[in-house]
Ligand binder design. Structure first.
Ligand SMILES: C[S@@+](CC[C@H](N)C(=O)[O-])C[C@H]1O[C@@H](n2cnc3c(N)ncnc32)[C@H](O)[C@@H]1O
Length: 245
């Protein structure tokens, strides 16, 4: 069972709410914070607030309010109920914390030449925020169609052509990218199949796997790197692909 490396609570496989914050607490945002987030939303929509400036704006928000602030910034409403037909081993929707997302961008690091893929992308919060912070092309792969629809609506509202979402099972689809983000999307055999897809990519090109609340100690081709966040582990292939793939 995945556990949060930061606090050792059971991860989302065991609980809907191991980190009770973010959109689950949006109601607690006070009016002035809400107004400031909405002003920032207008700047993001116009293209004026991106990259380091957005990161500084986000870091200026009190730590405990950042997740709710981002939900307000991106216009994220509470999610629809998870579908009854999630395959065995698939973890229901729960958003990753903003501070872990900031840590991925800083530590991987993620830059404009990267393509980050969020495996199990939910409402699209990671894909959209990483793109806004880094300029990277981002893609989300999500098994629940209503979540994909909501993610597409959000990125379209901001006119983000470098952000896309696919409705697919990450264990079955062809993958490509330079950074793969996993917030404990699945476990057991399903996770093992996803890791095999990642190994296929790693044979072709260098990749970084950013795993939040998820450890992959039994994957021999991966080496772990410590990061600035206790909940985040970065993994890289022990052997780099030969030139020419
Ligand atoms: C813990 S949530 C993470 C959501 C998102 N990455 C975030 O941090 O905001 C896991 C998500 O993975 C999706 N999921 C689970 N198994 C999947 C699979 N095999 N392929 C694609 N999506 C999957 C679930 O529907 C859920 O939305």
């Amino acid at each position: 069972m995945p556990r949060c490396a930061g606090c050792d609570r059971p991860g989302p496989a065991a609980s809907r709410d191991p980190h009770p914050r973010g959109l689950l607490r949006s109601a607690a945002v006070d009016d002035s914070l809400r107004l400031r987030a909405r002003a920032a939303r207008a700047e993001v929509a116009s293209g004026a607030l991106r990259g380091a400036a957005l990161r500084e704006r986000l870091r200026a928000v009190p730590f405990g309010d950042r997740d709710a602030w981002v939900d307000e910034l991106l216009g994220i409403e509470p999610p629809p109920p998870d579908g009854p037909d999630l395959p065995r081993g698939a973890v229901p929707y729960l958003p990753c914390g903003v501070d872990e997302i900031l840590a991925v961008v800083q530590d991987a690091p993620v830059g404009p030449d990267d393509e980050l893929v969020d495996l199990g992308s939910g409402l699209g919060r990671v894909a959209v925020l990483v793109h806004l912070l880094s300029g990277a092309r981002t893609r989300g792969i999500e098994i629940q169609a209503p979540l994909v629809d909501r993610a597409r609506t959000m990125s379209t509202a901001f006119g983000l052509t470098a952000v896309s979402f696919a409705h697919a099972n990450a264990a079955d689809c062809e993958l490509d990218g330079s950074v793969f983000f996993l917030y404990a999307p699945c476990n057991g055999d399903l996770l093992a199949r996803v890791v095999r897809r990642l190994e296929d990519v790693a044979r072709r090109r260098p990749i970084v796997i950013a795993a939040v609340a998820l450890e992959l100690p039994d994957v021999p081709w991966l080496a772990a790197r410590i990061t600035s966040s206790a909940a985040l582990t970065l993994y890289e292939p022990r052997v780099r692909p030969a030139r020419g793939g």
